[in-house]
Structures are given as structure tokens and as C-alpha cells.
Ligand binder design. Structure first.
Ligand code: NDP
Length: 432
């Protein structure tokens, strides 16, 4: 904390991992001798840069860009770019740190990194977003590459932003390579990438429920967020017979007791880029609640898919009191450490983010493979690989939790399984 003052989200993410891996370090003194933890906590490289651009009124705007290249022991840095006004180094470092273990869990050869900007795409015209993305990539392109660092999307970065950034990279570098993932279909994108994080969350949660004698069928589900992850989690959960009754944005939430209509949400968020309050216009039986917490709504399964620290201890208590028995983390670090501890103390099933939302980055790695081979796989092929990756991630979390005497604690299981692969690689590669 002294070394990284003020980076509260980073401290939180580190604390959670260190608590879980303590028994691994005890069993493996060679990791301690080789300073694995000290080296893991220090990013290999972090880049901060000026992003100047001109708005539609002709006024010069200046944002700050980030790329934290955290750990490349098992593959090129890989992780998304977040555009949100709350972005600062502490958020990018927490996300980059989590990404190391998440990417390790996918079993694919990708290291951990993350980036972004404090730019807010909300309320900006397409032309403004384009000029910002071009300026951002003009600098970022010096540090990334298909075999070095391959960014993707995250909050505020979807297909439109990836398109503008890819165009600028291609123009400056004069090469058509898989340097970004989440590209459009027809110019290097992978089928099923858009759906992958949400679908993957549901595949993971399905396995977690199954291992505990339960399933999605007939269950009442509450989702926070209404972005990329929330939309496809909602769709896949419904396909397994769940009734999703809530989605939200940062202004409020909608309750639809007939079940959330995914087509309406997609139209509002992906086409109109409007607020979720619009939902009730298309579905008059639904109710919009301005402000408030989605976690006050009764549910069996909670899927936080918006942002970090969405569920604090108080919300966790409310969820449990209302009968919720499982939580699948779609967002990164959506539960505070206190909330997770409370859930585990009450025997609630928790699918931790670095395992449960790894489907996005796993499919991004499949996009990289397709780009390298200059091939395009079918939707069904990619989706089947995603399902099998998520199933094996659950298995790894389950087995690690059992190996270290914490059966059913998938939070610890994910941290331990993710850590071990990276630690082994770092040990083999010497003190670098
Ligand atoms: P989107 O930008 O598509 O959607 C984000 C959603 O969360 C929006 O509904 C947004 O509402 C809401 N939200 C964002 N910030 C806040 C906030 N501070 N308070 C309340 N609501 C907020 O992002 P994604 O769906 O891609 O990402 C959601 C989460 O999933 C993030 O934690 C991300 O890191 C994680 N994730 C995403 C992956 C991906 O492949 N996209 C992969 C792995 C993890 P509003 O519009 O009002 O801001």
C-alpha cells in the first residue's frame, strides 16, 4: 500500500489473491525463495500517455491513456481496454492483475494486461469517438503487436471503438494482423466473441449449480448492467429455463415479471445507445426504478454484470435474506471482499469473476488463433470450444479447492489454480 498509494481497487484485488494462495506458498517454499509474489505484484511495464482530440465544436480535449503490461510469463499480454470517466491507474492495475490469473485459467497461452482511458463515450458523436480512438491508437500502437500485446474491449469499448482503433493501427503500421480482438466479422473477428463473456458466465454457473445438485431451470435471476456481458448472460440463462427479471444501468433498473425481453434490451443498448429506462416504452408491463439497488429484488441467482464493488456486504446480506443461493460474477470484482466472505460463510455458491467471466478472453485467444492461421471457424465450433473451456475452468477451481481443503470455495480454487501455472512458468524462466 505504501508502494502504490491511493490505488484502492488494486490493493483490494491483491489482498483477495494473497489470502487464497498463502497455503500454496507454504507448500512450495521455492516460490517464496524466487520472489514470485513480489515480482507478480509489480507490472512488467506500465505506460501512461496523453490523448488529445478535437470535439465537434472544435475545442481541444485531453484525456489520459493507460496500458499496463502486467505479466507475460505464459504468453503475450492480453486484456481489454476500458473507456470510462472513473478510469485511473488503480483501476487498470486491478484489472490487469486479475487478468493474469484469469488468462492462466483459460489454459490458453496468454499473459495479463489491461488498459483504457478516462474518456467517456456516453453522449459523444460517432465522429468524436472516432477521433478519440484514432488519437489513442496513434500512441498505443508503439507498444502493442500480435505477438506482444493484444488488447480487446471492456466497459465503453465495443465493436465501434475496436473498429476505429484497428483502422488506425493498420494505417500507421501497414499490416493486417490480429493485434486487437473483438473485431467485426469479415475483417478478422471471430463468430461468438460478442456473446462469449455472457455465455461463458452461464456455462460456468451451470457447472457450479450442477456440481451442487441444482440448475437454472425455473430459477429467478437478477442481473446488474445491460451491456455486452449482461445481454448475453440474460439470453443464455433464459435458454436454460431461467426467468431473468431485472437488468440495469447506472441510472436505475427495470423489473419485468414476464421475463426480460433481450431483443428490446439489444435495440436500446446496441442500436439506439440509449438508457435502460426506455425499456418500459416497449414493454408497458415492466416497471422502471430510478436509482436504488437491484440487489433489493428477490432472486435465486444473482449475476452482477456491471462494474466493480457492485455488491457490498449490506447488499450481500439482503440477497441472502431474500433467498439467493448462488452468485455468478460476470463483471470484474463485482463483490467487495467482505461480501464474498459473507456469502461463503452462509454457504452461498460464488463463481468468482476471474473464472466465471474468462469466456471473453478465452474466445479472444481463439480469435488470435484464427487470425494467425488466416482461418474462420463457425459459430458452433467457437461456442463448443467456449463451453468446453468454461467446463474445464470450473473443474480446475473445484479440484484446487478440494486439494487445499476448501471444498466448494471456488474463489480460493480459482486463485490457486490460476496462480500455480504462472508461478511455475516464472520459476522456470529465472529472475527476470
Ligand atoms: P458495457 O460497457 O457493455 O456495459 C457496462 C454496463 O454496466 C452498462 O449497463 C453500464 O451502465 C453499467 N455500468 C458501468 N459502470 C457502472 C457504474 N459505475 N455503476 C453502475 N453501472 C455501471 O461493458 P461490459 O458489459 O463489456 O462489461 C461489464 C463488466 O464485465 C465489466 O466489469 C468488465 O470488466 C467485465 N468483463 C467484460 C468482458 C467483455 O468481454 N466485455 C470480459 C470480462 C469481463 P451505464 O451505461 O449507465 O454506464
Amino acid at each position: 500500500k505504501k508502494r502504490n498509494p491511493g490505488e484502492v481497487e488494486f490493493h483490494q484485488a491483491v489482498e483477495e489473491v494473497l489470502e487464497s494462495i498463502a497455503p500454496v506458498l507454504e507448500k512450495n517454499p521455492q516460490y517464496v525463495e524466487a520472489g514470485i509474489v513480489e515480482r507478480l505484484l509489480e507490472p512488467e511495464r506500465q505506460i501512461m500517455f496523453r490523448v488529445p482530440w478535437v470535439d465537434d465544436k472544435g475545442v481541444v480535449q485531453v484525456n489520459r491513456g493507460f496500458r499496463v503490461q502486467f505479466n507475460s510469463a505464459i504468453g503475450p499480454y492480453k486484456g481489454g481496454l476500458r473507456f470510462h470517466p472513473s478510469v485511473y491507474l488503480g483501476i487498470i492495475k486491478f484489472l490487469g492483475f486479475e487478468q493474469i490469473f484469469k488468462n492462466s485459467l483459460t489454459t490458453l497461452p496468454i499473459g495479463g494486461g489491461k488498459g483504457g482511458s478516462d474518456f467517456d463515450p456516453k453522449g459523444k458523436s460517432d465522429a468524436e469517438v472516432m477521433r478519440f480512438c484514432q488519437s489513442f491508437m496513434t500512441e498505443l500502437c508503439k507498444y502493442i503487436g500480435a505477438d506482444t500485446d493484444v488488447p480487446a474491449g471492456d466497459i465503453g469499448v465495443g465493436g465501434r471503438e475496436i473498429g476505429f482503433m484497428y483502422g488506425q493501427y493498420r494505417k500507421i503500421r501497414n499490416e493486417f494482423v490480429g493485434v486487437l480482438t473483438g473485431k467485426g466479422i469479415g475483417w478478422g473477428g471471430s463468430l461468438a466473441r460478442t456473446e462469449a463473456t455472457g455465455y461463458g458466465l452461464i456455462y460456468f454457473t451451470r457447472e457450479m449449480l450442477k456440481a451442487n445438485g441444482k440448475s437454472f431451470d425455473g430459477q429467478r435471476v437478477v442481473i446488474s448492467g445491460s451491456g455486452n456481458v449482461a445481454i448475453y448472460a440474460c439470453q443464455k440463462a433464459q435458454s436454460y429455463g431461467a426467468k431473468v427479471v431485472v437488468v440495469s444501468d447506472s441510472n436505475g433498473y427495470v423489473i419485468d415479471e414476464d421475463g426480460i425481453d433481450v431483443a428490446t434490451v439489444k435495440e436500446i443498448k446496441e442500436v439506439q445507445r440509449a438508457r435502460i429506462s426506455e425499456y418500459v416504452k416497449a414493454r408497458p408491463n415492466a416497471t422502471y426504478v430510478a436509482g436504488g439497488s437491484v440487489w433489493d429484488v428477490k432472486c435465486d441467482i444473482a449475476l452482477p454484470c456491471s462494474t466493480q464493488n457492485d455488491i457490498n456486504e449490506e447488499s450481500a446480506k439482503k440477497l441472502v435474506a431474500n433467498g439467493c443461493y448462488a452468485v455468478g460474477e460476470g463483471a470484474n470484482m463485482p463483490c467487495t471482499n467482505e461480501a464474498v466472505k459473507y456469502f461463503l460463510s452462509k454457504g452461498i455458491l460464488v463463481g468468482p469473476a476471474k473464472a466465471a467471466n474468462a469466456g471473453g478472453v478465452a474466445t479472444s485467444a481463439l480469435e488470435m488463433s484464427q487470425n494467425s492461421q488466416r482461418l474462420e471457424w463457425t459459430f458452433e465450433e467457437v461456442d463448443a470450444k467456449l463451453d468446453s473451456i468454461m467446463t474445464s475452468i470450473f473443474k480446475a477451481c473445484d479440484e484446487s479447492s478440494k486439494e487445499f481443503g476448501m471444498t466448494g470455495n471456488y474463489v480460493a480454487g480459482a486463485n490457486i489454480a490460476g496462480f500455480q501455472k504462472v508461478a511455475k512458468a516464472m520459476l522456470a524462466q529465472g529472475i527476470i
